[in-house]
Design a protein around this ligand. Structure first.
Ligand SMILES: [Zn+2]
Length: 222
């Protein structure tokens, strides 16, 4: 990973204080899939936004903002030799699997282009259903959801995973387990540092921020 951009006390890339900056720990990963994250603008500056770790790691990941006052959304770049899918859990979305991709993608297609709405559940719903640029693009969802390891915000629905986890599982189906596991490892590094940042005011350096989050009690010293 490139050197972090420290401005004042805070890294401008991961948005954490310099002591907790994790940018250089994120492993760069090459994927054949192109990923476009359509992010609500209110997420851009939040250190807990997990699409950031995808943008840092993946060689072909672009983040487009929607909801900016003075900068209307200009659309998504679509290419004829790519199979476009919107990753969004809704009843009519197809279950994303290796078999589904084999069935639906023709030989002339070079690669998958995964479009991922990012924001609160309400914002993501509005992006998927209200944005004309996403209209007509097939929807896919994860077939089986592992329990989320997110911990940074309360999820709005049972079994909901955060954006980084969802993309890791989707790329696991498209490209294989190794890429999925490396993406999840990157995500865990990010999560632990953001947790540390959120809870370091309430627990001492020897105590675990994750423990504090889960119990809201400091560790009992023996
Ligand atoms: Zn950083």
């Amino acid at each position: 990973m490139a050197d972090p951009i420290i401005s004042g006390q805070r890294c401008q890339r991961c948005r954490l204080v310099a002591r907790l900056c994790y940018c250089q720990k994120i492993k760069l990963l090459t994927s054949t899939t192109r990923v476009t994250v359509v992010m609500h603008a209110s997420e851009r500056c939040r250190s807990s936004n997990t699409a950031r770790v995808l943008e840092m790691a993946l060689t072909d990941c672009e983040v487009l903002l929607v909801g900016e006052k003075d900068n209307p959304f200009k659309g998504i770049r679509l290419q004829q030799d790519e199979a476009n899918f919107v990753l969004y859990p809704e009843p009519s979305a197809a279950a994303l699997s290796t078999e589904y991709l084999k069935r639906t993608i023709s030989a002339s297609i070079r690669r998958v282009h995964l479009i991922v709405p990012d924001g609160s559940w309400t914002q993501a719903k509005r992006i998927v259903h209200g944005n004309i640029h996403l209209r007509g693009i097939p929807r896919v969802q994860l077939a089986e959801l592992a329990p989320s390891a997110y911990l940074l915000r309360k999820n709005g629905r049972t079994g909901g995973v955060c954006t980084a986890e969802a993309v890791a599982h989707a790329l696991g189906e498209i490209e294989g387990e190794q890429l999925k596991n490396e993406l999840l490892h990157n995500f865990t590094i990010m999560r632990d540092n953001v947790l540390e940042s959120h809870y370091s005011r309430w627990c001492t350096a020897e105590e675990s921020a994750k423990h504090y989050y889960l119990t809201h009690k400091p560790l009992v010293r023996g």
